[in-house]
Design a protein around this ligand. Structure first.
Ligand SMILES: [Zn+2]
Length: 163
């Protein structure tokens, strides 16, 4: 399952999404407890949910649950009812990526931007590049894993469902 964590404040959820934060977090915890593979996505909207504190709160929630759970951080583009908001600067995505890594998440990815270094997968143990991705949505993929899910350098078994 890919579940969006759109922000980390009830006011953001209520005012912007017309929804509630807690059921989203509860669903992630419940599905994870049931053994379902979860990846989460956060769309960073300039001025709405992109403060260091909010980004860190989202990443920390996830790290407390499972540092092997991938976190996708996407760039916002002006669209629909938010045409007056600028697109997410690359610098914001890099900042969120660093925060995700800083709290211990092993698999953090940026999206909606071409950033090969931050779209790719690295071995959590030895740091080797194991899946090389580039393109706007990581559509160009070179998989270096061996035996389906192992690092070719140190044999660490990467979490996830690989095919
Ligand atoms: Zn390795």
């Amino acid at each position: 399952m890919n579940i969006d964590i759109k922000g980390y404040s009830q006011s953001f959820y209520k005012d912007i999404c017309g929804a509630s934060l807690k059921p989203v977090l509860d669903t992630i915890e419940y599905a994870h407890k049931k053994g379902i593979w979860i990846e989460t996505t956060t769309l960073l909207i300039p001025g709405y949910n992109d403060s260091d504190d909010e980004i860190r709160a989202i990443a920390q929630f996830q790290a407390n649950l499972d540092t092997n759970m991938p976190w996708h951080i996407s760039a916002f583009h002006p669209m629909y009812k938010m045409l007056n908001v600028p697109r997410t600067p690359a610098q914001t995505l890099r900042r969120a990526y660093d925060i995700g890594k800083d709290v211990g998440l092993k698999y953090v990815y940026v999206g909606n931007i071409d950033d090969e270094a931050r779209e790719s997968t690295y071995c959590p143990k030895c740091g080797k590049l194991v899946i090389d991705r580039h393109g706007h949505i990581g559509q160009y993929v070179t998989n270096h894993l061996v035996h389906n899910n192992q690092c070719p350098s140190c044999s660490y078994t990467l979490h996830g469902i690989w095919q």
